[in-house]
Design a binder for this molecule. Sequence first.
Ligand code: URA
Length: 227
Amino acid sequence: MGRHAPYLREMGLVQWRHVSPVRVEPAGSSGVEVTAKAACSQEAANALSALADDAAACERCDLCRTRNQTVFGVGSPRARWLFVGEAPGAEEDKQGMPFVGRAGALLSAMLFSIGLSREDVYIANVLKCRPPNNRDPLGREVRECSPFLHQQISWVQPEIIVAMGRFAAQALLETDQSLGQLRGHSHKYKINELPLVVTYHPAYLLRSPSAKGKSWEDLTLAQSIVD
Ligand code: URA
């Protein structure tokens, strides 16, 4: 397990081996392709930045009155993996970044256990503003905010979406099925048919560490799809 041991222990895992994802460029990838990829990445970065500005000015629901700031998303603009949580908490609302509190530390450990860092992925939430007292998002808030998430996904064009928790899974799949029904197999994200895997929210895993093994299974399912 070597240097990954502390992260896997944090995940509550002792017996799994860390596997580095290897991205194999197609043989003969030319300088022209590399330049085209960089241009796409810059275009996505610019579009995401403009979208973040729109979100920061958004007043579509009452959460704009209680937020300190919007928490739009973070990570590589053309990441292969896109993780979606529920909504910013107090610390995220203070810092303007998703998953920077305790749940965020566990998310980093989860990423590390499958050979990823936060810089490799894109992380966003269904809601861009913190619900007061960390209450559950309301249906109306999810409906008003979801277009931002759908546009983020369209720009990042990941190879896999990982929905963390019931709210992310139900919002992305437009279903009211339970997390238990949605976990364990691959779904198709309705807009562009990207593969989507559902797992537990890291905050739930902090409360129920015995579910960490199942979340590992979800991540390895996602990894098998990407590989
Ligand atoms: N929980 C979430 O769903 N998102 C965050 O950004 C932090 C905690």
